[in-house]
Design a protein around this ligand. Structure first.
Ligand code: HDD
Length: 730
């Protein structure tokens, strides 16, 4: 141990263990030589107690059950009583500690984004950009850095379903050698509000209503739409939130956005504005609303399971990181303000330059220790990246640090392994609740002159390499008045909302109209409904009419816009369907079979799907083993528990008798009817025709085919042309 060292032990700091750990491991050093192992456990977090206890056993490598202080427990079944039928005794420290710990197992959930799923991965630079930024991670092509990602819904509690209509959080922690960089974004490019001072109001309005405590994880209620109708700046985001973007098929199939304009700063101190984008390698895909609702019943953990299973299977989800960069002069010419988080920059104006790739390749080992305790901070920046004056971003810079203290209970939350940097960390901050580090030495202040006496005076500032804020030129001068105001162009609330709506395909536009009709139909206050439609008249007259017709209300008088909208044209990049990648990779095909089904046909579908990169799930009424023509087959899923909503396409291989029998089974009927209504490919053999007919599925329709290669090609698509036949769209 370095004498008088004021260095602090952190992850990645491979110096000696702290004295406390050394002492506690004295026995281990003699007995088993497990110091390194135990120290590693400490660095990886969470497991230390268990391992120290287990390994401090001199005579056995097998773990003995102990309490939290290392005392072996002889009986974990019975509490200590005064006689077998007597009262329990207060002295039972084993019982008391166990119950005490259990009572405190839960921590407050996040006020927003409570429901989330996380995974580890790696980021690799594919195109170095030293000319734009001096950020450590972007200097060399091929450089890599570990990452942790947490995806989330926004409104629901942590036990809520995965598939509500909602924005998805897309938070990435890069553990760079220059410190952690957290890019805490969403799967939608704009945001609801322009100024952080409105965030508590927005969130209060969308959360379960204050008096009645419902609805959970839903925006379809009075208070949300009341707020929205009164906040026209939210209209652009409302178009996104009511679009298919709010219903991702998989977390692996959604885009991510840093939302705000940030600054890159290069080695010469030159600043460049930047917007960050994540592009999914599997392409974008969404479910229909009906599908999402049914999935939430069939599998509330649909997205969490999908992410976990894909990573377990080695089918690693990946995204490309892209940037849109521009300078102040370009920004000044735009009809919108780049500091306004309710606006985006069309990709057709400034193309997204791909600079890296993120691959998620490891599931968490402990959901609580990692996913739940992960603390993201927009203030986690590294030299070469800086904030902009976006007033929403500026407010976030306070909120996240603050929230971690209330959620994780201590200012030392940065020491939790998932949050700790993987580069050295040394400073003079000390103590606090749950302090787990052991800074040593006399120097806990700076400046100090202890080094002159041969002692370790501790770390020093780094004027050259440390974080230096970009020397922002502009409005902050001595003559600028303090104001509570916004930039002039912030007042344009409708131009980009219109651009988004007009950029969608016909189906996508219909989905937006239907979604708003659905949501406003759950609103009980007529004036709230009317005001929202009155705002939407400023986006698109036809959309407003469709919604009014869908609600059976008169078209209200348009709200007067604060600033006249301008025509921004369209941007194809905003549509999911226009950018869909018809691929089977990452998609799941179900094969419904029964007694007597043709094994050969099943095998053919399986190999066609698998060779196109998809996965297959065999589904039958019973899972244990069913006699089919050509052998016996076990099913992966029982029909009643595996509806077609959790699949991307279905093949139905049945004998005529089995098909007739299944017409009387509502699970089978729903299986086929839903696959048809959700515009999925259906493969079938002749035997299955009776079931198809019963479900009113025309055997010659587009996307309905024999279970051969054509089915595998169809399975990668959705047949949106079918939609008008299966749904009454607004
Ligand atoms: Fe936020 C969490 C994304 C505006 C205050 N936010 C949180 C998470 C994401 C975002 C992805 C979850 C992180 C995780 O997985 O742990 N938030 C955004 C985006 C915003 C945004 C993209 C706008 C562009 N947020 C925003 C504002 C405020 C907050 C304006 C407050 C002024 N957000 C929080 C928070 C949370 C949070 C209360 C809850 C849990 C947490 O921070 O760690 O501080």
């Amino acid at each position: 141990m370095t004498k008088n060292s004021s260095k602090t032990k952190t992850q990645g700091d491979k110096g000696a263990a702290s004295p406390a750990l050394d002492n506690s491991l004295g026995d281990i050093q003699q007995g088993t030589g497990q110091v390194e192992f135990a120290q590693e456990a400490r660095e990886q977090g969470g497991e230390t107690h268990q391992h120290i206890a287990a390994n401090s056993d001199h005579d056995s490598a097998v773990g003995h059950l102990t309490d939290n202080h290392g005392h072996r427990i002889s009986d974990n079944q019975n509490s200590l009583k005064a006689g077998p039928r007597g009262p329990s005794l207060l002295e039972d420290f084993v019982l008391r500690e166990k119950i005490f710990h259990f009572d405190h197992e839960r921590i407050p959930e996040r006020i927003v984004h409570a429901r989330g799923s996380g995974a580890h991965g790696v980021f690799e630079v594919t195109d170095a950009i030293p000319e734009l930024t001096k950020a450590d991670i972007f200097q060399e092509k091929g450089a890599t850095c570990p990452v942790f990602v947490r995806f989330s819904t926004v409104a629901g509690s942590k036990g809520s379903k995965d598939t509500p209509r909602d924005v998805r959080g897309f938070a990435v922690k890069f553990y760079t050698q220059a410190g952690n960089w957290d890019l805490v974004g969403n799967n939608m490019a704009p945001f609801f509000i322009q100024d952080a001072i409105k965030f508590p109001d927005l969130i209060h309005s969308v959360k379960p209503e204050a008096d009645r405590g419902y609805p959970q994880a839903a925006s379809a209620h009075d208070t949300f739409w009341d707020f929205i109708g009164l906040m026209p700046e939210s209209m652009h985001m409302i178009m996104w939130a009511m679009s298919d973007r709010a219903l991702p098929r998989s977390l692996r199939m959604m885009e991510g956005f840093g939302v705000h304009t940030f600054r890159f700063v290069n080695a010469e101190g030159k600043g460049t504005f930047v917007k960050f984008h994540w592009k999914p390698v599997l392409g974008m895909q969404s479910t229909t609303w009906d599908e999402a609702v049914k999935i939430s019943g069939a599998d509330p953990d649909y997205h969490r399971r999908d992410l976990h299973e894909a990573i377990e299977a080695g089918d690693f989800p990946a995204w490309e990181l892209g940037v849109q960069t521009f300078d102040d002069a370009w920004a000044a010419k735009q009809p919108y303000d780049v500091l306004d988080a309710t606006k985006l920059i069309p990709e057709e104006e400034i193309p997204v330059r791909i600079i890296g790739k993120m691959t998620l390749n490891r599931n968490v080992d402990n959901f609580f220790a990692e996913t739940e305790q992960a603390a993201f901070l927009p203030t986690n920046l590294i030299p070469g990246i800086d904030f902009s004056n976006d007033p929403l971003l500026q407010g976030r810079l306070f909120s996240y640090l603050d929230t971690q203290k209330s959620r994780l209970g201590t200012t030392n939350f940065h020491q939790i392994p998932i949050n700790a940097p993987k580069c050295p960390m040394h400073n003079f901050q000390r103590d606090g609740a749950m302090q787990t580090l052991m800074p040593t030495g006399r120097a806990n202040y700076e400046p100090n002159s202890l080094a002159q006496a041969g002692e370790d005076g501790g770390p020093r500032e780094c004027p050259e390499t440390g974080f230096a804020s970009f020397a922002e030129m502009g409005e902050r001068t001595d003559t600028t008045a303090k104001v509570r105001a916004r930039g002039e162009l912030f007042a344009d609330h409708f131009s980009q909302a219109r651009m988004f709506y007009l950029s969608q395909t016909e189906n996508e536009q219909a989905h937006i109209a239907s979604a708003i009709v659905f949501e406003l139909s759950k609103v009980s206050l007529p004036h709230v409904r009317n005001r929202v439609v009155a705002q939407i008249r400023n986006i698109d007259e036809d959309l407003a009419k469709r919604i009014a017709t869908g609600l059976a209300i008169d078209l209200p008088k348009a709200e007067k816009p604060a600033r006249k909208p301008v025509d921004l044209g369209t941007s194809d990049a905003l549509s999911i369907q226009k950018n869909a990648k018809d691929m089977l990779k990452g998609r799941k095909v179900g094969i419904l079979f029964a007694e007597g089904s043709d094994k050969n046909a099943i095998d053919n579908v399986k190999s066609a799907v698998e060779s196109a990169g998809g996965s297959v799930m065999l589904i039958a009424s019973k899972i244990g083993g069913i006699k089919v023509a050509g052998g016996t087959l076990e099913a992966d899923g029982q029909l009643a528990g595996t509806p077609s909503v959790v699949l991307d396409a279905v093949a139905i291989i049945l004998t005529e008798d089995a098909a007739k029998k299944l017409t009387k089974d509502s699970a089978a009927v729903d299986f086929v009817s839903d696959a048809w209504a959700h515009m999925k490919a259906i493969g079938h053999d002749d035997g299955a025709l009776a079931l198809l007919k019963h479900c009113h599925v025309p055997a010659d329709a587009d996307g309905v085919s024999a279970p051969d290669k054509s089915f595998a090609a169809n399975a990668a698509k959705r047949f949106f042309a079918r939609e008008a036949d299966v749904r009454d769209l607004a």
